[in-house]
Design a protein around this ligand. Structure first.
Ligand code: CDP
Length: 229
């Protein structure tokens, strides 16, 4: 069977990573969470005093970028790759609210995007990958054979994000989750560098009232359409 690249883009907390991970597992592909890479850079800024007065110290971040190594190691317990920052597992830290509040401004910086996009393109060279993010179908892999654009109402997404944090034993409020989602949607859609937008040839999936099983069946059908064409 031919190997393809599957690009899954969309708004925050649409369940992109769950669906991308499940699809990859089902078809024996590698799953890559591009958002985790931006989150790891945000965490690096927090830990290396690159946020004087709450602003991002762009000059020092630019100088530090070559020393920021991000990798993924599959975790059989969760069935997902864990994110490593300079050899240390930071999967838990990058999912917290503090990183969520910083990641979109960090991801709006052109020099950060350029570096991470190059890494992502390298990871996709051999094909056989499912990558999720904001610009995968438009910028990272414009020639991806299958592009999905996922959306759901902000209220549904805030509820999902809150449930996810609570399930991990982290404190979370619906209002805080909703505020973070609306704010990130705005920054992601309005930034100058590769804003979040639907690729012209992407298939739209509004999963506001879809179950995980329905969504999975839909995705598999789209995959079959492409590989069997
Ligand atoms: O999981 P969630 O939808 O909350 O977000 P994520 O995929 O972990 O991405 C976190 C943030 O990274 C997004 O809000 C974007 O600001 C940024 N991002 C991006 O700019 N480009 C990507 N390809 C992936 C994420």
């Amino acid at each position: 069977m031919k190997k393809i690249i599957i690009a899954i883009d969309g708004f925050s907390s649409c369940g992109k990573s769950t669906m991308a991970k499940d699809l990859a597992k089902e078809i024996g592909y590698t799953y890559i969470d591009s958002g985790a890479m931006y989150r790891a850079v945000a965490l690096y800024c927090m830990r290396h005093h690159l946020l004087p007065d709450g602003r991002i110290d762009e000059e020092n971040l630019r100088a530090a970028l070559p020393a920021i190594h991000i990798s993924f190691v599959f975790n059989p317990e969760t069935g997902k790759p864990d994110t490593y920052l300079n050899g240390v597992n930071v999967e838990k830290e990058i999912r917290g609210m503090e990183v969520a509040n910083l990641v979109s401004p960090v991801a709006a910086l052109g020099f950060v995007r350029k570096t991470l996009v190059e890494k992502q393109q390298e990871m996709g060279k051999a094909k056989g990958i499912v990558m999720d993010g904001r610009d995968i179908g438009t910028v990272v892999f414009p020639a991806a054979e299958l592009k999905i654009f996922v959306t759901a109402s902000p209220e549904v997404r805030a509820k999902r994000r809150m449930d996810e944090l609570i399930a991990k034993g982290e404190p979370a409020s619906y209002e805080e989750a909703l505020e973070n989602i609306v704010k990130r949607d705005y920054i992601d859609s309005n930034r100058e560098e590769s804003p979040l937008r639907q690729a012209e040839d992407a298939l739209v999936l509004d999963n506001s009232s879809m179950s995980i099983a329905e969504q999975k069946a839909w995705l598999l059908a789209q995959y079959d359409n492409v590989v069997k064409a």
